[in-house]
Design a binder for this molecule. Structure first.
Ligand SMILES: [Zn+2]
Length: 82
């Protein structure tokens, strides 16, 4: 829904264990809260089903999400927004 995610990203290796990270695609993160990184993480979980009216007033950031299958490290690549 953000118009991202079509281009191929180069392989991302886990910064913790150097495993090849799994590409989870593009997601929107709400940045309207004042709870910092914890709020961003919560918004990431809720973002996919967030369709409430407040959403239209929230700042959002599009990111490409990579997850390490070995140690569950998460890496976010900025793709636009804010
Ligand atoms: Zn890892």
């Amino acid at each position: 829904m953000f118009g991202f995610g079509k281009e191929e990203m180069p392989a991302v290796n886990c910064p913790a264990c150097q495993s090849s990270m799994q590409d989870m695609g593009s997601h929107g993160i709400r940045m309207g809260g004042l709870t910092g990184i914890l709020g961003a993480g919560a918004a990431l979980v809720g973002g996919q089903m967030a369709d409430d009216a407040e959403e239209a007033f929230e700042k959002k950031m599009a990111v490409r999400v990579f997850v390490c299958p070995q140690c569950h490290e998460v890496s976010l690549k900025y793709q636009g927004g804010l």
